[in-house]
Design a protein around this ligand. Structure first.
Ligand SMILES: *Cc1c(COP(=O)(O)O)cnc(C)c1O
Length: 368
């Protein structure tokens, strides 16, 4: 069959779909610029620079049951998460990263043509999963300080609106939406996702409100605070009914055996993990101060483990490229509403030092 032939058979909305622009692997980059992979400073994916709990490596090294399927009902996992969150296991569903949960939520509510309210610049997986499901993305851009306008959200609602998506704190900006604003959005009555991927860094949550609001959904993840991005495990806190529907439509073995072991060990080592979170928060504040010293950068205060900065002189893309050639990875997206900004994950102090030195060198050349 010719290429055109197969394209005719592919779902029309996917035939021209651009996909998601994921972070480059350090291995690929190391090869490209000719430096050792250990030397790469990876500040592009909001990972925990201190890694996962050492208990995870130890438990996985000798785990005997990798040849059996994981528990499709996630019974023990959900009980452990009940212990961690203080919310009943019946309100919890786990996924292969919270990315999968976001996708499952949209599959549950969206049919082609339904409208999804999104507040960019924000997490691009919201757009990704909406468009794959043929939902229509309705964008309500954030203001200059990256705050969500509740009034604008309300004005964007039509008879086709099915769901409202919010990341809190927001990725890439680190902005926290005030609880009062979230309550006002919840009171509209439509399904609302409050993505708390960075909850451990912000300390703010609306998760307990799932008992009061049958329309509230709160996905979270082990990727960022617990250093388990590579194992793909997230969970969400839901009203009981939505949790049952999600359990019914999720792929049965969506959380793999290694991830189950890793969560168990991580939750037995929360004090250690939170000590790394504390270090990252302290370093975030130091990084913010350092970035502010550059007249050509405008960093925004963040409640997460990264900082968004507008590039006032030159282009964000250029800055990302220059840092990359020095072995430092940061994020820049070629997306609307990014307003020439970069997102820098908070690393270890020595990584901040290397970044600052590189920025000084780059700054001298752009003559500011
Ligand atoms: C990183 C991130 C996620 C995805 O996390 P995974 O569990 O690794 O899929 C979800 N939401 C936001 C806002 C994120 O930044």
């Amino acid at each position: 069959m010719s290429k055109e032939g197969i394209e005719k058979l592919i779902r029309p909305n996917l035939a021209a779909f651009g996909g998601y622009c994921a972070a480059k692997s350090p291995e690929t980059l190391a090869k490209k610029i000719g430096i050792a992979v250990e030397k790469i400073i990876k500040l592009d994916a909001n990972e925990n620079p201190y890694g996962c709990s050492p208990r995870v490596n130890k438990a996985l090294a000798s785990y005997p049951y990798l040849s059996t399927y994981p528990d499709a009902g996630q019974t023990e996992l959900r009980e452990q998460l009940e212990g961690y969150t203080g919310i009943d296991a019946g309100n919890i569903v786990a996924g292969s990263g919270s990315d999968e949960l976001i996708d499952l939520i949209l599959r549950l509510f969206i049919k082609p043509g339904d409208e999804v309210i999104n507040c960019p610049p924000t997490f691009d997986m919201f757009r990704f999963s909406t468009q794959i499901g043929e939902g229509t993305l309705v964008e309500v851009p954030r203001d200059e300080g990256f705050a969500v306008s509740v009034r604008a959200v309300k004005e964007a609602i039509t008879t086709k609106t099915k769901i409202i998506l919010l990341a809190n704190p927001n990725n890439p900006t680190g902005t926290l939406t005030p609880r009062q604003d979230i309550l006002e959005i919840l009171k509209i009555g439509l399904p609302v996702v409050v993505d708390e991927a960075y909850y451990e860094f912000s300390g703010e949550t609306v998760a307990p409100l799932v008992k009061q609001y049958p329309n509230l959904m709160v996905p979270r993840t082990f990727s960022k605070w617990a250093g388990l991005a590579g194992l793909r495990v997230g969970y969400g806190i839901f009203p009981t009914k939505i949790a049952s529907y999600l359990m019914a439509i999720k792929p049965p073995y969506n959380v793999n055996m290694a991830a189950l072991v890793a969560v168990r060990e991580s939750l037995a080592d929360v004090d250690y993990l939170m000590s790394t979170v504390k270090k990252i928060i302290a370093e975030r504040e130091r990084l913010f101060g350092e970035l502010k010293k550059f007249s050509w950068l405008k960093p925004f205060p963040s409640q997460a483990n990264f900082i968004f900065a507008s590039v006032l002189k030159g282009e964000a893309k250029e800055l990302q490229q220059k840092l990359q050639s020095k072995g430092i990875l940061i994020r820049y997206f070629d997306l609307p509403y990014w307003r020439d900004g970069v997102r820098i994950s908070v690393g270890k102090p020595e990584q901040t030092d290397a970044l600052v030195k590189a920025l000084q060198e780059i700054g001298e050349k752009i003559n500011v």
